[in-house]
Ligand binder design. Structure first.
Ligand SMILES: [Zn+2]
Ligand SMILES: [Zn+2]
Ligand SMILES: [Zn+2]
Ligand SMILES: [Zn+2]
Length: 487
């Protein structure tokens, strides 16, 4: 059984309805809600090459087509290529004015080639000449479809521009009727051209319409080249043909023969920060330095929400009761009160808030809508069909704050209570009972839903305008995977 985090066995219901293990969830300290990758905004913070750790601004990354100019991947196995040096004897050209005495001036010079340590592919295999400098200078192939590609790009840019302007025009009319003044900022995704349009200044619209007018759409043709005559009779040498993934790694050329493989410029990696879509606060923010794996902000659910692990369980049988041993952990630096509940006993979530200000509704219309729809966990659990239920003890469990030094303690405290097996610092083991529906089909997955009510102490300094309370009672629902219903 996977022990560390049990990603497949214990899943939490996110506030958007997704089911995720605790390690894939975030916790917004401002909304006090669990968020997942689907209900947060992902923003690119910085671009860097994972191999040479070169950092670059996004404009430069765009210019370089998100590829590093000095690092390459193997076109055969996609491992990073290494630069190797050899001593090459260079024959200097014979001096034409040197008379009849043949002078051969031999010189050794360091020459460099690219080699894959994984599959032994080298740049010499495909006839790329060795280079005299260790980094850079590798011959670049030009994209044969470059001009068409640029045409398409211009065309779609122009269309997008036009659509944005039309949309904004509609919005402007709508708000002009109401006689309200709108401030338009960068945040609403307005471009300079749109701002000029609103201000009644001439726009560069003529440029975009010209791009649309001069565009020639592609024509489908029924005529294709004939296959070579020997296509069915010629022996196929698989060593000389590229695989599909090798071909698609360079979409511009799609080499069909291994002799046409070319080093692949390494794709850049990004560091991204993640933002809560409801309150706009950062949930994660990495350190800028590409070599650092640390975060400036790291609001992971793993640090804020009680963690539940399955220690063991008895086989689930229809209409019978079985034992379930769970471990609860308080990851926070404050004492936590936990109460186990049935998902249907959770208080209903507050209704969705409609955007109030004009700016907000404009934002909404510009498709920057923030989805605040909260899913009722109980509906989600019902959808997934949990056939078993965990008998939740009435008692409130108190878990001490996290103490890193206590990790080294050997002895756990045995508890005298009926359902607490042991307690140790911020951890607690529970013996619970699972009751399974008599109608559960044997062979079907056995799932049990469980809700937790827990106390949470918010350490965010409250905003001076709106003093927040520091103590909260929060709820979370989780789904335990208990194997399959036995026959
Ligand atoms: Zn939030
Ligand atoms: Zn979510
Ligand atoms: Zn690089
Ligand atoms: Zn390789």
């Amino acid at each position: 059984m996977a022990y560390l985090t049990q990603p497949d066995y214990v899943k939490y219901v996110c506030s958007c309805g997704q089911l995720k293990p605790i390690t894939s969830l975030y916790f917004c300290r401002h909304c006090l809600k669990i968020r997942c990758g689907f209900c947060i905004c992902h923003e690119v913070d910085s671009h860097h090459c994972a191999n040479c750790l070169e950092n670059m601004p996004s404009s430069e990354a765009r210019l370089k087509k998100n590829r590093c100019s000095s690092c390459f991947d193997c076109p055969s196995c996609f491992h990073t290529l290494s630069t190797r040096a050899t001593m090459a004897a260079q024959r200097q050209a014979q001096d034409p004015a040197g008379g009849d005495a043949k002078v051969e001036n031999k010189q050794t010079k360091k020459m460099y080639y690219l080699s894959c340590f994984n599959c032994r592919w080298t740049s010499r295999d495909v006839g790329i000449p060795d280079q005299s400098v260790a980094s850079g200078g590798w011959p670049e192939r030009t994209n044969p479809f470059l001009s068409r590609y640029n045409q398409l790009l211009d065309y779609y840019k122009a269309i997008a521009q036009q659509e944005k302007q039309e949309k904004l025009e509609r919005e402007r009319k709508k708000f002009a009727i109401r006689g309200k003044y709108i401030t338009l900022t960068d945040k609403t995704g307005l471009t300079g051209a749109m701002a000029r349009n609103i201000a009644g200044l001439p726009t560069s619209e003529s440029g975009s319409s010209a791009a649309i007018a001069s565009f020639t759409p592609s024509q489908a043709s029924a005529e294709v080249d004939e296959l070579p005559d020997d296509v069915y009779t010629k022996d196929v040498n698989l060593k000389q043909i590229t695989s599909m993934s090798q071909r698609l790694a360079s979409p511009e050329w799609q080499p069909s023969s291994v002799s046409r493989l070319h080093p692949l410029a390494k794709l850049l990696s990004i560091k991204r920060s993640q933002r809560c879509r409801v309150c706009d606060h950062n949930l994660t923010k990495p350190e800028y330095n590409p070599g650092s794996i640390k975060f400036k902000i790291e609001l992971l659910a793993y640090y804020h929400v009680p963690e539940v692990k399955i220690i063991s369980y008895e086989t689930v049988k229809p209409g019978e009761k079985s034992a379930l041993l769970l471990k609860l952990t308080n990851p926070t630096g404050h004492e936590m009160q936990i109460q186990l509940m049935q998902p249907e006993d959770l208080p209903p979530v507050e209704e969705r808030e409609e955007p109030k200000s004009i700016e907000k509704s404009l934002e909404k219309s510009l498709n920057l809508e923030k989805d605040t729809s909260s899913y009722r966990a109980i509906e989600r659990v019902a959808e997934l069909g949990s056939s078993s239920r965990v008998t939740a003890p009435e008692a409130t469990l108190t878990l001490a704050q996290r103490d890193d030094a206590a990790e080294y303690d050997d002895d756990a405290q045995q508890d005298t209570s009926d359902f607490i097996l042991w307690r140790k610092s911020n951890k607690l083991a529970l013996r619970l009972e699972v009751t399974t529906d008599a109608a559960a089909t044997p062979g079907a997955p056995a799932r049990a839903a469980l809700a937790l009510q827990y106390s949470y102490r918010n350490t965010v300094p409250p905003a001076p305008a709106a003093p927040q309370q520091a103590h909260h009672t929060l709820y979370t629902t989780l789904l335990l995977d208990l194997g399959v219903v036995s026959g």
